[in-house]
Design a protein around this ligand. Structure first.
Ligand SMILES: *Cc1c(COP(=O)(O)O)cnc(C)c1O
Length: 422
């Protein structure tokens, strides 16, 4: 459920018309709904608590949508943050998410990032490999501290809607292999620089199949029991994110309640603090990308192209993952739906949002909204083709605010300079 509805013939976000925002801020523009963000967090929290999973940490995956105002909205509800870089830790802290609710994940943490995380006092560093374990140990010992760490395990489970977002198979770059967990955990327990607090996994994204989630949880349970049998303490189990959302062309993903029930059946009695790292399921349906139709081109062969002022640099998912986004006119015109190829202005055929998409008739100047664009939208955007980054707007009831301004061309150019030989 989201809060983007037709109101008086016009698509609105909560109480604010998307046309008004577009007129004020220009297009393209991302628009996020506070009520939807809050609802998704609460629904998940209630499902997990209701399934008897205690007081789990819901560490929102910052990479899905890292706008500080979005993080602050979630942080105020009690969300933590799952971060994968120093930049994301800084964003979470800037959003006043307490350090003891911040997890630091990722396969390529640098020594400087590890030092920053330790100084900030993050809850735990999720270690993904043996060399990383050695580096965290060294950085912590140099500081004279003991780092709270979890081992991120690669549970060898296939999941995720696309190969590029499938992270839990043995051949992916993520996590410690199952057979190494015991040795590395014991090594951490014996280290003066490390304090192993638990295990973590994250098997993929846009997962619609609870069986893979359950299989991963079962393997994690086996590992926890194995470590405890060796006399090692395991206090926390982080089951990652990955729950899918409906993009309209796909099967309805499992509800948070079904997910929570399946997880509870496997690990509910394990006596660990559970953590979850949802990104997409919190943010995806809470955002749209609003764009303007520049041209409607009718080809002699009957093909119709709609050229928008948004492009793959603003919303990369269709080009990168062949992802489907529902496209809705902000003020739908009367008339028979027509098949359109919806494209952006960038000089690549990959800059195509949809082929043969049936939409109400469109004319130059019309506004359209890409639905379900709140996750992996703005965060994956770039300045490709020297197009300044898309601004972001947060709506709350009848109020709205620009939460990332559109950079000027001067801003864009001011970061570059010519060397003295030119
Ligand atoms: C990307 C990521 C997530 C979030 O995945 P979603 O599919 O957005 O829920 C969680 N944890 C880690 C480690 C990730 O890399």
């Amino acid at each position: 459920m989201n809060h983007f509805e037709l109101t008086g013939g016009e698509l609105a976000c909560e109480g604010v018309s998307l046309r008004r925002i577009a007129e004020d801020v220009g297009t393209p523009v991302y628009v996020y709904s506070t009520a939807t963000l809050e609802r998704h967090y609460q629904v998940l929290r209630e499902a997990l608590v209701g399934a008897g999973l205690g007081d789990p940490l819901i560490a929102y995956a910052v990479k899905a949508n890292s706008n500080v105002a979005v993080l602050r909205t979630l942080g105020r509800l009690g969300a933590g943050a799952d971060t994968v870089s120093e930049g994301e830790i800084r964003r979470a802290l800037a959003a006043q998410i307490p350090a003891d609710r911040i997890l630091f994940s990722g396969v390529g943490k640098t020594a400087a990032e590890i030092a920053f995380a330790l100084d900030a006092g993050v809850l735990e560093i999720n270690i993904e490999s043996e060399p990383e374990l050695e580096l965290v140990e060294k950085v912590a010992r140099d500081k004279g501290v003991r780092a709270d760490v979890a081992l991120r395990v690669n549970p060898d489970v296939k999941a995720g809607a696309h190969d590029k977002i499938s992270t839990g198979k043995a051949d992916s770059k993520f996590g410690v292999a199952l057979q190494d967990v015991g040795r590395l955990y014991a090594r951490a327990a014996n280290s003066a620089g490390l304090n192993p607090v638990g295990l973590a996994c994250h098997i993929g994204s846009q997962i619609s199949d609870l069986a893979s989630m359950e299989e991963a949880a079962r393997k994690m349970r086996g590992l926890v029991e194995g470590l405890r049998a060796e006399g090692l303490s395991v206090e926390r189990l982080d089951l990652g994110g990955g729950l899918g959302v409906p993009y309209f062309n796909q099967p309805e993903p499992p509800s948070p309640a079904e997910y929570a029930a399946r997880i509870a059946a496997v690990v509910g009695d394990l006596g660990v603090q559970l953590a979850f790292e949802p990104g997409r399921m919190i943010a995806a349906n809470a955002g749209v990308l609003v764009a303007k139709v520049l041209y409607v081109i009718a080809r002699p062969d009957g093909r119709r192209f709609v050229v928008l002022d948004a492009a793959m640099n603003d919303l990369l998912r269709p080009a990168m993952y062949d992802a489907f986004h529902d496209i809705r006119p902000v003020r739908p015109r009367e008339g028979e739906a027509l098949a359109y190829d919806v494209v952006g202005p960038i000089c690549e055929t990959g800059d195509t949002f949809a082929r043969d998409r049936r939409l109400p008739p469109l004319e130059a100047g019309d506004l359209v909204a890409f639905m379900t664009a709140g996750a992996y939208g703005a965060t994956m955007s770039s300045e490709y083709n020297s197009r300044p980054l898309t601004p972001e707007v947060l709506v709350n009831g009848d109020r709205w605010a620009v939460v990332r301004a559109r950079p000027s061309y001067e801003d864009m150019l001011s970061r570059e300079s010519s060397p003295d030989w030119l």
